[in-house]
Write a protein that binds this ligand. Structure first.
Ligand code: PAF
Length: 283
């Protein structure tokens, strides 16, 4: 059986462990997660191993990025399986603070983000989300002081927000995005896919199918508005309630009028039953 990674839950223990890892000036990569690990997380860990000598994975279900109406209470928690997966990947350290360690009584600071965080995508439907993410990721960066940090492209706006924050606050960490890992039928891997009923699971790959079809039409020179409208119809026909399906500039996330305004990213958020899925593709 692979050796379990070091698991730390307090800040003094984290500091000691990081001092040990950094001996002989080893570089450190951080993979921030909320647990419920899947192959997408494992791909981030593998990429992290190629980018740094030591790999730290944080597992913390961050309450401040969930609205009171959202799924903080029911978010999947699979601690034992997570540790086993990280042991198999020979991760060096798991940082697993509890809520009181991350947000001690009297905690009163937030990182407020603009630019990509106010692009009118996730922020329009989850107004609390990016302050929660930026604050916790800012804390994870200052706690772990990584040289690089890895985030999945599935949460494309989050990746842009975190990269902007690291740059703006001189946090000295290079934020690296990694390609979305998909199931064989194209559904983007997500810890929330476990919420899907068998019927919803069968319908869910239509989201990626519609984006791929739209991207193909755009690459073939179709009018942007017409291609996006046809893509939205495909998504709705598959049984989704659409929050947004948008073509944006891949770097700034600004709206675009034509494919000439690119590079372009198509971004979608849609609900099937009570489960909200997000995804994106490049054009
Ligand atoms: O993408 C996630 O899992 C979370 O938003 C993150 C980056 C770990 C912050 O809690």
């Amino acid at each position: 059986m692979p050796r379990s990674p070091m698991i730390v839950r307090t800040l003094p223990a984290l500091r000691r462990a990081l001092d040990g890892l950094r001996a002989k000036k080893a570089t450190v990569a951080l993979v921030p997660t909320m647990g419920a690990l899947h192959d997408g997380h494992v791909s981030l860990v593998r990429l992290a191993k190629r980018r740094a000598a030591k790999v730290v994975v944080s597992i913390f279900v961050n309450p401040t990025q969930f609205a009171p109406t959202e799924d903080f209470g029911s978010y999947p928690r699979t601690w034992k399986a997570d540790v086993a997966r990280l042991a198999a990947e020979k991760v060096d350290l798991i940082w697993n603070p509890d809520v009181r360690t991350m947000y001690p009584a009297g905690f009163a600071t937030k990182i407020l983000t603009e630019g990509p965080a106010t692009a009118g995508l996730e922020d329009r439907f989850r107004p609390h989300f990016f302050a929660g993410v930026a604050t916790v990721v800012g804390k994870l960066f200052t706690q772990c002081r990584p040289d690089v940090a890895l985030f999945g492209e599935k949460d494309f706006q989050q990746l842009r927000v975190v990269a902007q924050m690291a740059r703006d606050l001189d946090l000295g960490v290079r934020v690296i995005g990694a390609q979305t890992v998909r199931e064989r039928d194209g559904l983007a891997m997500s810890s929330r896919n476990v919420y899907l009923s068998p019927e919803q699971r069968r319908a869910a790959p239509a989201l990626y199918g519609a984006m791929k079809e739209t991207a193909k039409r755009l690459r073939g020179g179709d009018d942007l508005e017409a291609a996006m409208a046809a893509g939205a119809e495909l998504i709705i026909a598959a049984g989704f309630a659409l929050d947004y399906f948008e073509a944006r500039h891949a770097q700034t996330l600004a709206p675009v009028k034509s494919t000439k305004d690119g590079p372009i990213r198509l971004l979608v958020a849609a609900k099937i039953g009570n489960t909200r899925l997000i995804d994106n593709v490049g054009v």
